[in-house]
Design a protein around this ligand. Structure first.
Ligand code: GLN
Length: 276
């Protein structure tokens, strides 16, 4: 079967752009190469493998897991079903964080629930900061470590349930993209989310449980004047604003995504005196 025929067959089941990505991946060629070699033939094995990939995609498996990688902030990150697939909206969190650490000095940054490591590694590569990243999942940490090695980023990875296993440290900036989908949210049973690690998506409660804990415990690990910023759901801006106030944060900021929805919030730890 020629590439033209194989592409046409696959297009009956999944969108053309995905067809090209999967075939390019299988042949380890850029998608542009396919165009110029449409009359070449696939071996029987290649055709069988291609059909299997198309069938998995047609059954709902995310393209990123089939390809084994996803672009984030201009770099390729390896992903497996052990980690959440990096989302473009999470680049907002990275931008806000970079705005706080600037490009001078060696700030100490902590990334909670690092997953693929995309936030921690990007911050390590885009700033002179010293970055520590934690995750409760050993499988996720191994993906993150592989990404850091591949991208030559220096990040200290620690297995930890949020702050619990951290050596006592005072971070200048804490970032997190925690599970913030409520247990009963129907999105968990739809689309790509069905294939992603549940513990990276939902707190198995109201969607604010992990955020509540991250905010409440942050001050004990933060330098005075340090910042905490996290991503949250489209309808959680008011809830997290309240949590930040209650925990004594000052200079609270809420940042909107491109659709104008508040998706990143945070604030600054001030001294005990300033709180009173
Ligand atoms: N933004 C993701 C989604 O809604 C959820 C990521 C998360 O829970 N941290 O698909």
């Amino acid at each position: 079967m020629t590439l033209t025929e194989a592409l046409a067959e696959a297009r009956q089941r999944i969108p053309p752009a995905e067809v090209r990505l999967l075939l390019g991946h299988l042949l380890t060629r850029p998608t542009a190469w396919l165009e110029a070699h449409r009359e070449e033939t696939l071996t029987t094995d290649q055709l069988a493998e291609f059909r299997a990939l198309v069938a998995r995609r047609a059954a709902g498996e995310p393209v990123a897991y089939l390809l084994g990688n996803r672009e984030f902030y201009g770099r390729d990150f390896a992903v497996t079903p052990a980690v959440l697939i990096p989302r473009p909206e999470t680049e907002l969190l990275v931008e806000v964080a970079l705005g706080k650490v600037g490009t001078g000095g060696t700030a100490k940054i902590l990334d909670l629930g690092t997953g693929s490591g995309c936030i921690a590694i990007t911050l390590a590569l885009e700033s002179p900061a010293q970055v520590t990243a934690v995750d409760i999942s050993l499988a996720a940490l191994s993906v993150a470590r592989e990404n850091a090695a591949q991208l030559e980023a220096s990040v200290d990875f620690i297995e930890s349930d949020w702050y619990t296993a951290l050596p006592s440290s005072q971070f200048d900036l804490i970032v997190a993209n925690p599970p913030y989908i409520a247990a009963d949210d129907r999105h968990l049973t739809e689309g790509d989310l069905r294939f992603e690690p549940l513990q990276a998506l939902t707190d198995q409660m109201d969607g604010v449980a992990a955020l509540r804990r991250i905010i409440a415990d942050a001050p004990s690990c933060m330098a005075e004047g340090g910042w905490l910023f996290f991503e949250h759901g489209y309808d959680q801006a008011a809830a997290v604003l309240n949590l930040l106030h209650v925990a004594g944060f000052a200079d609270i900021e809420q940042h909107c995504d491109l659709a104008g929805i508040v998706r990143v919030s945070g604030g600054r730890r001030v001294s005990e005196n300033a709180c009173i």
